[in-house]
Design a protein around this ligand. Sequence first.
Ligand code: GLU
Length: 501
Amino acid sequence: MNVRTRIAPSPTGDPHVGTAYVALLNYCFAKKHGGEFLLRIEDTDRARSTAASEQTILDALHWLGLSWDAGPDCGGPHGPYRQSERLPFYTRYASELLAAGHAFKCFCTPERLEAVRMEQRQMSKPPGYDGHCVTLTPAEIAASESAGIPMVVRMKVPREGSITIEDMLRGPIVFEWRTVDMQVLMKSDGWPTYHLANVVDDHLMQITHVMRGEEWISSAPKHALLYEYFGWEMPRLAHLPLLRNADKSKLSKRKNPTGILFYERMGYLPEALLNFLGLLAVPPAGGEEIMDLAAMVAGFDVKNVSLGGPVFDVAKLDWLNGRYLRERLNSGEFSERVRTWALNETYLGRIAPLAQSRIERLSDLGPLLAFFFAGRLDVSAEQLRDGKLDDLELRQAFVLVAAHLEALPAWEVKAIEGVVRAACETLGRKLRDFVRPFYVAINGQPQSVPLFDSMEILGRDIVRERLRGALERLGGASASEQEAWKKMPLKPATVPENPAR
Ligand code: GLU
């Protein structure tokens, strides 16, 4: 058997270290068995998928030193590798399921589905579709169709009995069919759901082993049933443990930075980060924890993936990165890394113009722009308080702005400015007074180069960390405060066309 694995990211946000971890393990497994590793973009969620996110994910994985034998950027024999370009496959296989009676058309309105959900909740029953449309007659279906009622295709799921899924890491897992929902396969917008597209593609791309995050375990019975309906062999499954914070909670950006780009910006070397992720699954041979990709492939055995939950221990990453910097680079290579990290044309080309009109000597650049070359900033509560906002307002401002920045689909200066101005209106402060603590938190001092441009250039991850740091300096915000403040309705604010910055 020619082993073939894949990573199948959805381009709906910034690349996550968890994606890199899963990609690395799939890569190691495939290469260990002389097989292939491919990358497929799962962008059937048309509202949330963006080309920019796709590009960032590919760039981040490449930056880490991973490569794939087939993918949207390099093609391959079973392409296209972007689901949005594969619609004809999904419609064709959905029709096959309908024709064979394994799927049915469902015309239920959102209101009806909500009423069913409410009733199930009241009766403490597992939530799920109640089978209303399974028994529609051809005449009823035709009538609904000609009336133009929106329709989805759902898979039929037995209501009795159970299925056993063999997981390479967890052994047999039993699911009672009555707890498995009659999953939507085709949405009313004509696009497939993850489940249909994923099964069809894994089959057509001849994937032999699916190693993915454990959040997909509950999808396994649906997928197994689809493979059975199609008469296809199902790939072997391994549901990998999710990365954890040191306190064993699920790694989330509220507690720890999770974006690959954050670690790049912080100045971790890609090979150190990859090595660190590999150590979560590959035991160091002979006690040596420094491993390159080839060593990780050689040492990989899926049985060593511990279900306990690998801890993303930043202190360990720091230690490992320090070793790489000191032991693995000669001085020429080191300078080269510094250049690629932030002393490159592109970065300097973005930050130097911000300073040009604000200095008298080039040597003023150092203190003025130092914050562009730093990670977290060491600002004190006194510096943050040194303005017109009181402590409550300061904490509200940081929470409010951080929450709304998080929701921005694209990280660009106008949108960032819009959020800060709107939050300022909401708290009823003058812009100058309102932005002052943000200058301190993000640019490290109240007088600096323009704030909003700086935020754009620093990137979402660094800004998130600095705002979090500032809030913590002021004592933080309780869960209920966060909850209440995030909900404060933002007053709309206009962003001037050519703001004098
Ligand atoms: N698109 C899914 C994700 O974003 C892929 C899950 C899978 O590997 O099946 O994680």
